[in-house]
Design a protein around this ligand. Sequence first.
Ligand code: FNR
Length: 426
Amino acid sequence: AAIYSAGAYGHRPRVPVEPAALYAAARRRMSRQAWAYVAGSAGMQRTDEANQAAFQRYPIVPRMLRDVRERSLEVTLFGYDLRAPVLFAPVGVLEMAHRDAERAVATAARALRLPMVLSTQGSVPMEETAQALGANPMWFQLYWSNSDDLAASLVRRAEASGAQAIVVTLDTHVLGWRTKDLDLGYLPFAQGQGIAQYLSDPVFLDLVRARVDRRAAGSDDLDAPATPAQRPTPAAIRTLVSISRHYPGSLRDNLRSPLPRAAVETFLDVFPSPGLTWDDLAKLRDWTRLPIVLKGIQSVEDAETALDHGVDGIVVSNHGGRQVDGAVASLDALNAVAPAVGGRVPVLFDSGIRGGADIFTALALGASAVLIGRPWLYGLAIDGASGAQAVMERLVAELDLTMALCGIASVEQVTRDCLASDTLIS
Ligand code: FNR
């Protein structure tokens, strides 16, 4: 109500409400490379488009004359009460959107009391973000690299930092075919961006030192590294400076030394994990007692296999269309997966949500909660912490309003009955 009356009384928000205006404003604030990386998807961008278009195929049917004065958005996930079924999705390389990166998002999440899922590709070490979050719920998203020791170390740190769940992203064992980035010759990680979790990790730093030693001894048998094609951006220089701080010696000498470069090369080496299989999940169970959530499930079969392996939850997601171009729209996958899971574990959802009504649709199709990616990232680019906060606050407000308009008073009442049946559509 506060958001609505602010609008109605002539206050024009810094961060646009209307989606197309939001994207345009964010684009103006970002470099070409940053915009291409953030807004772009895989291939011909078909899945990204399909993700958003899918919502029109599940129309909402509002119901009238029901008392909706008292409404609750609360849900319980893994034993924790959430004030709304909405989380900040794990998004890497936030320094491209705003120099405060995770620190700003933590401020926004804390103000809204919504969980933040920290990315492995962070711009700020997780311990620092955890501190900024205080008692706010925090989950950690794991990219399980080809070094189990590194993966275990990240999980240990997340647990020590107070994470309430580990989200393993399965769909990015190699990076998708990102056409816009390829044309710009741009890979943020190759410039030292988005690798702060690694640079602050003892296991990773040992790998870097070993690499430097091998090179010094002339026994470096690794392939030629992916060299940054262009001059490092100012953000990358900042990162390289921070890499260098992990080593003794003067900053100047360190920047000239093989260390920063070896760190980037080590990351590029260690990241791809095409060998990972279902059997590996048992190791994760040994490393942590936290709930394990698998992100990137897109089929009923994989959802069943996940349950067979005893996971605590899944996220139906196609990474915002950034991995397989032409992949099934995430909402269609949810429509198939949620009934098959049948409430045995929570089914979370992301990819394509752009408004509060979209959240309503996902809940109606069986999602327990949703993750939001790009929308708050655009708010972050425009106005830092308050921008990210404004976008998420409005999504929750629009969800609440949609519930009221549909005659729904609580999240558990948002069911398939709220959507048009096939007969109504045809
Ligand atoms: C992502 N996403 C992502 N996912 C993940 O598990 N780890 C990560 O580091 C990242 N990084 C990342 C960067 C950028 C720039 C984007 C846009 C996305 C995927 C993210 O968690 C989520 O699945 C999608 O963003 C959801 O789709 P929408 O909401 O952007 O359509």
